[in-house]
Design a protein around this ligand. Structure first.
Ligand code: ADE
Ligand code: ZN
Length: 345
């Protein structure tokens, strides 16, 4: 593929249509909205101001982030709170040329505070419908189980969610990875597969390659979220490449949570060069310094070996890795090809 001047490559990254497949909607809650919802709902926060909250975003590990992330989510009580949070994300996503997104939500973070699962799902699903109608974004929901809780708790959550089965397309596994291997959730994931739900799992973010193996072999995960530590195990890379199992990589998140020391040291180029089906995603954009295009821009800036062909591969992979119907994927790829042709002419 012909190279472009850097300014043109940056414009192409911004304008190319893309899918986002790894974004926790509770991680899109900006400090301003946290404070507005806290005031509206009478929730007292352990931070005096927006600035004080932002100043606390100095993470040393996944757990140090999760403690603040769960505190932020405590302001969400009503359907309209969930709607507003998701709508704010969709507006940002539309500005980043996102045409399809499969967003994670953590029901247990809310039901454990006494919020009904109906409140969560109905509010989010309303925002998804409006994103399609008003922004042209196709948006789907993936329900995540919190892996620091028990499998019985995950089963109870699945039971509560089943009346809303048509509002989400799959299940995932997130929260504290170390000490909570995928096999802890073998039975509940088997039940989800029987129900026809798609299954994905966070693995190989802080956890070892063995967790990626068990996400594949025990949970039968169709995508691995993060998965960056797969490069430590050549046999695992061969398996992921052979089966084209997508990895939803989140570069800014990985630096903020110290998975990599710097963006320049991120293994994204090596993952791509290994032939893996890698995608770029924002994870928790309100906490990690940026939305999807910020991730693309910062990553391509820090890693000058990334070029036009890599940009195309990442956008193409995002559609291929999505759970959208084949016809929709073909439409998005055609739109992607049109944008690339425009930049090459
Ligand atoms: N929940 C929100 N963001 C997460 C991440 N990066 N890893 C695990 N669980 C999460
Ligand atoms: Zn994540």
């Amino acid at each position: 593929m012909k190279e472009l001047p850097r300014a043109d490559l940056n414009a192409l990254l911004r304008q190319m249509p893309k899918a986002e497949l790894h974004m926790h909607v509770e991680g899109s809650l900006e400090p301003e909205l946290i404070f507005r919802l806290a005031q509206r709902n009478g929730v007292v926060l352990p931070y005096a101001s927006v600035e004080a909250l932002r100043a606390a975003y100095a993470f040393t590990s996944l757990q140090s982030f999760l403690d603040i992330y769960y505190a932020g989510a405590s302001v969400l009580l009503k359907q309209e709170d969930f709607f507003e949070m998701a709508w704010a994300y969709f507006e940002r996503a539309a500005a980043d040329s996102v045409v399809h997104t499969e967003i994670f939500f953590d029901p247990q973070t809310h039901t454990d505070r006494g919020v009904a699962i109906e409140t969560v799902i109905v509010g989010l699903a309303h925002a998804c419908r409006r994103a399609h109608a008003e922004l042209g974004i196709s948006a789907r929901l993936i329900l995540c189980f919190l892996r620091h809780l028990s499998e019985d708790a995950a089963f109870a959550t699945l039971e509560q969610a089943l009346p809303y089965r048509d509002q989400f397309i799959g299940v995932g596994l997130d929260s504290s990875e170390r000490g909570h291997p995928p096999e802890k959730f073998a039975r509940v994931f088997a039940r989800c597969r029987e129900l026809g739900l798609h299954v994905v799992a966070h693995a190989g973010e802080e956890g070892p390659p063995a967790y990626i193996w068990s996400a594949l072999e025990v949970l039968k995960a169709e995508r691995v979220d993060h998965g960056v530590r797969c490069l430590e195990d050549p046999a695992l890379v061969r398996r992921l490449v052979a089966e084209r199992v997508p990895l939803t990589v989140c570069p800014l998140s990985n630096v903020l949570l110290r998975v990599f020391d710097t963006l320049a040291g991120h293994n994204l180029p090596a993952l791509l060069d290994a032939g893996l089906c890698v995608t770029v995603n924002s994870d928790d954009p309100a906490y990690f310094g940026g939305y999807l295009n910020d991730n693309f821009a910062a990553t391509f800036d820090a890693l000058p070996q990334l070029n036009v062909a890599h940009a195309y591969a990442l956008a193409h992979n995002s559609f291929e890795a999505s759970f959208a119907p084949t016809a929709a994927k073909a439409r998005w790829v055609a739109a992607l090809d049109e944008v690339f042709a425009r930049f090459r002419s």
